[in-house]
Design a protein around this ligand. Structure first.
Ligand code: GLV
Length: 328
């Protein structure tokens, strides 16, 4: 095989590039600690056969048409809403991704945000930094408990399952969920019950979002949805910021329509430092770190590299979004 050229669009765990080099690929890696602009990305991608990218890169129709040499896209993430998969499929370009290995780490963040929000941890931490800890107050800074409450999962796939398992084990939470298809494993192992969207909104004490961003889920958590939630509920989103309407979310908190919010994803990203959510008592926000552990990011880098290696070695991509392009 003549040496194939792979563009790695970001600094990411070294093990991935090492595997690719060992397998004989010629690597170009963007060295700056920022995503490329779109024109830089197109310029860089030209002349490469593969792109190893992540959610900060927009792999759109224009890029794909401008880079006719591209034979494979390997996404370093489980979500792939930054990629025009339809266009890639039309062009016969396979798209790999990194599912499964990040489910537990991402669920840890959803679980952590739930606990932190229920006890106002981020806000109270900040109040100490601001020198506002004076004395013990029996009647102040009160959170809410999670034992035996109802957890609603919107999108019960691999990450949602891990979140439900944690909540069941830690707090014996009753799990309800809304999905396009029933999740039999969650029903059998966790006693989860499928409910329609309206029931999910009405009954969840904690509503945690774990679906993909699609036209159907874009903005689905808006004023109409928040208005149907319990006044005592906590909304958690660790999936994609565009799934909630942030103006409506702020309004729902201000009007005490919902009790609290935990976000690992925001709309837009990055969130600006003056966002009103950051000074609210019952809010916890993290900068999109769901899969961010050393172990998980290494595993993702290995999978992202192996998706490329497998494709050139024997036309097999272990984790592929559009397998139809590999069928003869
Ligand atoms: C992170 O958000 C991912 O999709 O992997």
């Amino acid at each position: 095989m003549t040496s194939k050229k792979i563009l790695i669009t970001r600094l990411f765990p070294e093990i991935g590039a090492k595997l690719l080099k060992k397998a004989g690929f010629e690597i170009t890696q963007w060295q700056e600690d920022r995503p490329m602009t779109q024109s830089e990305l197109i310029e860089q991608a030209k002349g490469h056969h593969g792109i190893l990218c992540t959610l900060t890169e927009k792999i759109d129709s224009e890029l794909l048409s401008s880079c006719p040499n591209i034979e494979i896209i390997s996404q370093f993430a489980v979500g792939y809403d930054n990629i025009d998969v339809k266009k890639a499929t039309q062009l016969g370009i396979p798209v790999g991704y990194t599912p499964d290995v990040l489910s537990a780490a991402t669920a840890d963040i959803a679980f952590g945000l739930m606990v932190a929000t229920s006890r106002k941890m981020f806000y109270l931490h900040k109040s100490i930094i601001e020198d506002k800890w004076d004395y013990f107050k029996p009647n102040a800074n009160l959170g809410i408990e999670l034992h035996n409450k109802t957890l609603g999962i919107f999108g019960l796939g691999r990450i949602g399952f891990e979140m439900a398992k944690l909540c069941k084990g830690a707090y014996n939470m009753n799990v309800i969920y809304n999905n396009r298809t029933p999740n039999k494993k969650a029903e059998q192992e966790l006693g989860a019950n499928w409910v329609d969207f309206e029931t999910l909104l009405a009954q969840s004490d904690v509503l945690s979002v774990h679906c993909a961003l699609t036209p159907a889920t874009n903005g689905i958590f808006n004023k109409k949805a928040f208005d149907k939630m319990k006044l005592s509920s906590i909304f958690i989103n660790t999936a994609r910021g565009l799934i909630h309407n942030e103006t409506d979310l702020i309004e729902a908190l201000n009007s005490q329509q919902i009790w609290g919010v935990g976000l690992d994803v925001t709309n837009p990203e990055p969130m600006k430092a003056n966002n009103p959510l950051l000074v609210m008592e019952n809010v916890s926000v993290l900068p999109h770190v769901g899969s961010g552990t050393v172990e998980t990011r290494d595993k993702m880098a290995i999978i992202a590299a192996n998706n490329i290696i497998g494709f050139y070695k024997n036309k097999q991509i272990p984790h592929i979004i559009n397998p139809e392009v590999l069928q003869d």
